[in-house]
Design a protein around this ligand. Structure first.
Ligand SMILES: Cc1ncc(COP(=O)(O)O)c(C=O)c1O
Length: 403
């Protein structure tokens, strides 16, 4: 057998996933039946959904579903090609114009996923040997991989301690002026804390660095009307490049970069994941347009999700959980040890008559020894669901002696 098949075979027999399955603690690939609402049927369990990124509850909104259906009727189901060639439809351009207007940027470029937006945009920005990147230690995997694809010198990379502006400044002092790109999540995906953008923007100005924000978990949730991190800090003019995704508040799949005309034009012609991959289906674009129609006018859903998360955070702290520095719609319950976190998942998931689905997050997605249960909230959650979730966390936490 060749090396390639051998390693797969070995992983199937004794890899970590298989070993975890043998202990009954494997937490992945549970099947959902029906729509992604606040309470879902998953395998044989009825569970409260605290593991989605459906912050505004838009996956089931009647107007949004109708818009997606209409787009299928009008444009068909797919584009079969890259934006550069046959894959640009007028709905892609309409969406880019609407997003640029929403975010207050000159231009916007739509990619097929958020992962592709980061891979393509970060690597295309880091195109010269003498350029540098400064990346937060807890940035998303797609940022880490985008940096790996950059053409700058391999050693031109500084990873600074998480949201630590002193450490970022130390790193900036070690690189040539005007050559660095600071890349950070806006709302950090695992712990739900917000980048200290005011301090970061001052540093960027002092050292002539560019700012690239991944706003996947911020859009729809923070900033006026959900316009994201830069708007939250009133610093839209200081952030050169903002990346986002349609796979969370926008309830579908796709990604974008918002920035200046020059940056978007550069990426249009240099970002390989944009050029060499088919464009997103028209129904995805229509979904985002319909959601923009709703959130541009009305802040109710954004306020709801923040108030649900606020209530949960207060109650979880009250019953004794360590919830880190979260201040968004994501709340981590920090458990520490990997196996215990997996067991915690299982107990929550199997709780009767109703359980909780949430995401156990372990190294390398979190630092070693900081395994956590990532919980996230939906604007359409009722008080009853929130109260049920609190009781389940209290029950299971006590049973497992986490509390
Ligand atoms: C912070 C962050 N960036 C980028 C992505 C990738 O987005 P997408 O799901 O659109 O590929 C995600 C999704 O998990 C994310 O959490």
């Amino acid at each position: 057998m060749t090396q390639f098949y051998k390693k797969c075979d070995k992983y199937l027999r004794m890899g970590e996933a298989t070993l975890l399955k043998k202990t009954g603690l494997y937490p992945y690939f549970h099947q959902i039946t029906g729509e992604q609402n606040p309470v879902v049927q998953m395998d044989d369990n009825k569970v409260i959904m605290l593991g989605s990124n459906n912050y505004l509850g838009m996956t089931s909104h009647p107007k949004v579903k109708e818009a997606a259906q209409q787009a299928i009727e009008e444009f068909g189901v797919g584009t079969t090609g890259s934006r550069l060639l046959n894959g640009t439809m007028n709905i892609h351009v309409e969406l880019e114009e609407r997003l640029a207007k929403f975010f207050g940027t000159e231009d916007c470029l739509v990619f097929s996923t958020g992962m592709q937006a980061n891979l393509g945009a970060i690597s295309a920005m880091l195109s010269e040997k003498d350029e540098w990147v400064l990346s937060d230690q807890q940035n998303h995997a797609s940022i880490i991989d985008g940096i790996k694809l950059g053409r700058m010198d391999r050693s031109n990379k500084k990873i600074y301690n998480h949201n630590d502006m002193e450490d970022l400044e130390r790193c900036l002092q070690e690189i040539p002026k005007d050559k660095g790109l600071i890349v950070t999540d806006g709302v950090f995906s695992m712990e739900g804390d917000i980048v200290k953008l005011d301090e970061l923007a001052d540093l960027a100005e002092d050292y002539g660095a560019g700012i690239y924000i991944d706003d996947a978990h911020a859009v729809g949730v923070i900033g006026p009307y959900g316009r994201g991190t830069a708007a939250h800090f009133d610093l839209v003019d200081k952030v050169g490049i903002t990346m986002g995704t349609f796979s969370k508040s926008f309830a579908t799949i796709g990604g974008y970069i918002a920035g200046s005309k020059a940056v978007c034009n550069w990426l249009k012609h240099k970002a390989r994941s944009f050029i060499f991959s088919a464009s997103p289906p028209p129904a995805n674009c229509a979904t985002v347009l319909a959601i923009l129609d709703i959130i541009e006018k009305d802040e109710t859903l954004r306020k709801n999700v923040l108030s649900v998360a606020h209530k949960m955070r207060e109650e979880l702290i009250d019953i004794g959980y360590n919830v880190g520095d979260s201040s968004s719609a994501i709340i981590p319950l920090i458990v520490g040890e990997r196996r215990r976190t997996m067991k915690f998942f299982k107990e929550l998931f199997n709780h009767k008559p109703i359980g909780i689905f949430s995401n156990p997050v372990v190294y390398p997605a979190t630092p070693k020894g900081r395994a956590l249960m990532r919980t996230s909230y939906i604007a359409t959650m009722t008080d009853e669901t929130v109260n049920d979730a609190i009781h389940i966390f209290e029950d299971v936490g006590k049973k497992m002696k986490i509390l």
